[in-house]
Design a protein around this ligand. Structure first.
Ligand SMILES: NC(=O)c1ccc[n+]([C@@H]2O[C@H](COP(=O)([O-])OP(=O)(O)OC[C@H]3O[C@@H](n4cnc5c(N)ncnc54)[C@H](O)[C@@H]3O)[C@@H](O)[C@H]2O)c1
Length: 322
C-alpha cells in the first residue's frame, strides 16, 4: 500500500517506517523535522501541502503519528496544539476521504484518560482503566486535543465510512520522565511495564496490525500497552502494598531487583487494561514484565530502550537553526 506516515522523524516513526517498508509498503514520511525516513518536510496543519502529498504520492492509507505531545507543553502555546493535533488530524482525515483512502490509523494516547484526580492518585485504590472509562477529563492541552481529534475521527467515520483505528498507546518514550526523577530511568521503565508502558517496537507493531485489520473492523478505539499481570481485584492492594501484590505474581522479582539496586513501586495508582486490543484487534505486546524479568535472570540486554537525553527531532533541528 502507498502509506502516508506522519511523524516519520520521531521516536515511533524511526521504528515504524522501516517496519512498514519491510512489510512491502511504499511509505511517504512527512514531518516538520528532517529524518532518515522523512521524504517531505512540512506540517500536517498545512492543508494545501497535505492535498499535494496525497495527489503526488497516490496515498491509499494514513498512519498519523505526528503530534505535539506532553513534553511540548512547556515549549508551545495551546493554539499550536489545536493547530497540529486537532486541525492537522482533520486535514488528514478529509484528504483521506477525498482521495478514497482505504484506512486511517491514528496514534492517540492513554494520557487523555487521565484526569487530575487520577494523576494525583487521590483514591484509596488503583484505577482500573479500559476503554469504557468515563467521563474523560484530560488534564492538559495535549490530552484535550488528542481527545478532540479522536472525536473528529469518530465523526468522519460515521459520515464517510472511512475505516479508522484509534490506538491509545501508553508510554514508550525513551527519555527520563520529566515528572518522576526519584528512580533511575531504566528502573522506572521496568516498573511501568507492569501497568502503563510498552516497548516502541510493540507500539510500531500495533500500527501494522491496525492497518491490516482496519477495513474489517471499521472503527475502533484500543488501549495499546504491555499486558498487565494484575486483575481488577488487585486494585485496593496495589495502592497500599504494590510489592506484596507483585510478589504474588513474581516471587523472585524483589531479589532480581535488589541485585541491581532497583526498587519495585511501593504504590500503583492506575492499571491500563489492553485486553480489548487483544480480543478485537488481535494484537498483544510481545514484551511484558515477565519478559523483562527473564532478561534480568539471564543477564541479557533489557528489552526496554532507555535514552536519557532523547529530545524530539524538531527541537534538535530548532536548536541547530538558532
Ligand atoms: N512517546 C510516548 O510515550 C507516547 C505515548 C503515547 C502516545 N504517543 C504518541 O505517539 C506519537 C509519536 O510520538 P513519539 O514518541 O514518536 O514523539 P516524537 O516527538 O519523537 O515524534 C513526533 C514527531 O511528530 C513530528 N511533528 C510534530 N509536529 C508536527 C507537524 N505539525 N506536522 C508533522 N509532523 C509533526 C515531530 O517533529 C516528531 O518527529 C505521537 O502522536 C504521540 O502523541 C507517544
Amino acid at each position: 500500500m502507498r502509506i502516508l506516515l506522519t511523524g516519520s522523524s520521531g521516536w515511533l516513526g524511526r521504528f515504524l517506517a522501516p517496519r512498514l517498508r519491510a512489510a512491502g509498503h511504499r511509505v511517504t514520511g512527512l514531518d516538520v523535522a528532517p529524518g532518515a525516513h522523512t521524504d517531505m518536510i512540512g506540517t500536517v496543519a498545512d492543508r494545501a501541502l497535505i492535498d499535494l502529498v496525497f495527489a503526488e504520492r497516490g496515498i491509499e492509507a494514513v498512519i498519523h503519528g505526528g503530534a505535539l505531545h506532553k513534553p511540548d507543553i512547556v515549549r508551545y502555546p495551546n493554539q499550536a496544539f489545536v493547530d497540529v493535533n486537532l486541525s492537522g488530524t482533520l486535514n488528514l482525515l478529509e484528504a483521506a476521504v477525498a482521495a478514497g483512502a482505504s484506512r486511517f490509523v491514528f496514534t492517540s494516547t492513554t494520557s487523555l484518560m487521565i484526569s487530575t484526580a487520577i494523576r494525583e492518585g487521590r483514591g484509596d485504590a488503583a484505577v482500573w482503566i479500559d476503554e469504557t472509562l468515563a467521563s474523560l477529563e484530560p488534564r492538559n492541552i495535549y490530552g484535550v486535543t488528542k481527545l478532540a481529534a479522536e472525536q473528529v475521527c469518530r465523526l468522519i467515520h460515521a459520515e464517510h465510512g472511512l475505516p479508522i483505528m484509534i490506538l491509545r498507546t501508553s508510554r514508550f518514550f525513551p527519555e527520563d520522565d520529566d515528572t518522576h526523577l526519584i528512580l533511575s530511568g531504566e528502573n522506572m521503565k521496568a516498573n511501568e511495564l507492569l501497568h502503563r508502558r510498552l516497548t516502541v517496537e510493540d507500539a510500531a507493531e500495533a500500527h501494522l496490525v491496525a492497518l491490516e485489520r482496519a477495513p474489517e473492523i471499521g472503527f475502533g478505539t484500543f488501549i495499546i500497552s504491555a499486558p498487565t499481570p494484575f486483575v481488577p481485584g488487585d486494585v485496593a492492594a496495589l495502592k497500599i502494598d504494590a510489592p506484596g501484590v507483585i510478589a504474588r505474581y513474581f516471587p523472585d522479582a524483589a531479589a532480581l531487583y535488589a541485585r541491581r539496586g532497583w526498587h519495585l513501586p511501593q504504590s500503583i495508582d492506575r492499571v491500563y487494561d489492553a485486553g480489548l486490543a487483544e480480543r478485537v484487534l488481535g494484537f498483544r505486546c510481545k514484551t511484558d514484565f515477565t519478559a523483562l524479568l527473564a532478561a534480568m535472570r539471564d543477564g541479557a540486554e533489557l528489552p526496554v530502550a532507555h535514552v536519557a537525553d532523547y529530545i524530539s527531532p524538531k527541537e534538535r533541528s530548532a536548536s541547530v537553526a538558532n
